[in-house]
Design a binder for this molecule. Sequence first.
Ligand code: IPE
Ligand code: IPE
Ligand code: MG
Length: 250
Amino acid sequence: MHSSPSGLAAAAPPLPCHVAIVMDGNGRWASGQGRERSAGHHSGLGPVRTVIEAAARHGIEALTLFAFSSENWSRPASEVAGLMNLFCDALDAELPMLQTNGVRLRFIGELSALEARLRARIDAATAATAANSRLRLQVAVSYGGRQDILAAARRVAARCERGELRSSELSAEEFAAGLALAGLPDPDLFIRTGGEQRISNFLLWNLAYAELYFTETLWPDFSAADFEIALQHFAGRQRRFGLTGTQVAS
Ligand code: IPE
Ligand code: IPE
Ligand code: MG
């Protein structure tokens, strides 16, 4: 609750509806402590819990977390295997936390590339949380923004081939209905930890007008206070969507 010096309750700052996070810096966090990269990935679970709970508490509608990119498959096989094991274990361990926070979980990405053991857990957790409605959580695994757009393009091309759609009549909304985030508002706040200022093939279509926030903090160190700071930065931005500042203010 915000209160002003006059004692009157101040208007709540604008909150994002949808936050997308590139959880980066696990490897450097571990190296900095003279530990294996896998230790960084394990320690990255705590902040995942933290941001889910904070988003649910704030009433943020949707949260999308980048956990493993299409390109991350090219990392050493041992690191990839460790990450897949971690995802399996985390799905088992965190299900009660998801239920407590009213989280509806979904995975986005090329899930057919995942081993059957992980896919089975994903399906079970998705089904178990399907009726929850407080926070919609998307975990992007084996996800690439270009691959996502390509899949949507193939979908409309197939409809054109079947004579169901004329290419000249394709709208942006109809195209976006074939993307992984169909049915969700576009992310309005993008957070990347770990100091790199790039998108790394995350939600290329959906981030068109996201406010970008970068922090040097490495993901395993990202705290509830850091999330609040990112929200404050968002609240201080003027979103213009191509208009002038005066137009937006009036
Ligand atoms: C992000 O941390 C996690 C994944 C990409 C799976 P990194 O593993 O990329 O950590 P850095 O960037 O090497 O520190
Ligand atoms: C982006 O991080 C992907 C995830 C956080 C899952 P990377 O560490 O893979 O990105 P680059 O290689 O630095 O661009
Ligand atoms: Mg990285």
